[in-house]
Unconditional design. Structure first.
Length: 104
């Protein structure tokens, strides 16, 4: 019998099983816009599982999520190699991307 947290939906489908995999957020990076900013962060936690990342567009001015930016404000490229996450962002002033990363 598996151990850990298991959750089923109303139809009886298993939707979460912590005995297989569960994501862990390791940190976030704010990629500023307007200068083609690029960089990298080393985090040993990236070696503890399969790396993942996601992006959230937000206003570089207010810091709040920008629901109106639908990718038109620039291009974000992210890669992970060993314990290092690297990014490059080319955008317009006033827009940015928050990169949330972790492992599962």
């Amino acid at each position: 019998m598996p151990q850990g947290l298991q959750i089923w939906d109303a139809s009886g489908n298993l939707i979460l099983d912590t005995s297989t995999r569960l994501g862990k957020v390791l940190g976030y990076i704010d990629a500023a816009a307007g200068t083609g900013l690029s960089g990298n962060v080393t985090n040993a936690g990236l070696l503890l599982g399969t790396p993942w990342w996601t992006e959230i567009p937000f206003s570089a001015v207010s810091g709040y999520p920008n629901a109106f930016d639908q990718g038109a404000a620039g291009a974000l490229t992210v890669s992970v190699s060993s314990s290092t996450i690297s990014w490059s962002y080319t955008g317009v002033v006033g827009f940015a991307r928050r990169i949330i990363y972790g492992v599962y």
